[in-house]
Design a protein around this ligand. Structure first.
Ligand code: FE2
Length: 252
């Protein structure tokens, strides 16, 4: 009898020890989980901060290019807004591709290598002058080529004047050889060029711009990108333009 109660007491003691150990392990696991949650939160905040810094740097560069070219004021911001909307409509996961916006904003950075006399000439360019201006796509891609975080954006900068039919520049790429983001950009760029006053011509309305852009489907533009653009109403682009204007309003 005595032996049995000793065994029960020993088993009970072992059980209690095992329970204490299990509770200790559970507390430790909870601490690990809390540490992990905290590291994840900090890492996320850091990467968001990094992304904001990248964006601010890209904006600063883009503003530096635009400051020289007064008449296009906010062109890069508008093109980026239109381009992101068309990219989304074309099925590109814009949130996952921050370089898209960077490439749109920086597309004309190579114009820093084009002389004022030619860039701002109020008349038609001679073939030689056109060749000089056309170099901006290549110059831009060279300016950015060593910036790791702009690798994809650099492709947009280099190929933003390629045409679907292969007659564009600098590389004469054709069809799907042209990076999709650059094909999207081409439509956004033309939309803004047509709907903005320039020294050599007045702006046209959204509807007329759409008709002109559609005429370029299959020659200048990728028909699939035009189809994506056509899923968006003119009111979408009008709203985006208004958004860019109000975000740039000077504070008093
Ligand atoms: Fe350009």
């Amino acid at each position: 009898m005595r032996a049995t109660s000793d065994t029960v007491a020993a088993l009970k003691a072992r059980l209690e020890r095992a329970e204490r150990e299990a509770a200790g392990h559970q507390r430790q696991l909870e601490r690990y989980a809390a540490d992990l949650r905290e590291s994840y939160r900090r890492e996320r905040a850091r990467s968001q901060q990094l992304r904001r810094s990248y964006k601010a740097t890209v904006r600063a560069l883009s503003n530096a290019v635009e400051a020289r070219d007064a008449y296009t004021g906010m062109h890069a911001e508008r093109v980026a807004a239109y381009g992101l909307a068309i990219a989304r409509a074309a099925g590109i996961d814009v949130a996952d591709e921050p370089q898209l916006e960077f490439g749109f904003l920086l597309h004309d950075i190579g114009k820093v290598g084009v002389s004022d006399a030619i860039l701002f000439k109020p008349a038609e360019l001679s073939p030689d002058e056109f060749r000089h201006v056309a170099k901006h796509a290549e110059i831009g891609s060279k300016i950015l080529r060593h910036v790791d975080f702009l690798e994809e954006a650099t492709l947009i900068v280099r190929h933003h004047h390629e045409r679907w039919d292969g007659t564009g520049y600098p590389d004469g790429l054709e069809g799907e050889q042209i990076p999709l983001a650059a094909r999207v950009f081409a439509v956004a760029d033309t939309l803004d060029a047509l709907t903005t006053d320039r020294p050599y011509r007045d702006a046209v309305g959204w509807e007329q711009a759409r008709a002109e852009i559609r005429r370029g489907s299959g020659t200048q533009f990728d028909p699939a990108v035009i189809a994506a653009y056509d899923t968006l109403g003119d009111d979408t682009f009008a709203r985006l333009r208004e958004g860019v204007r109000s975000s740039s309003a000077p504070s008093r």
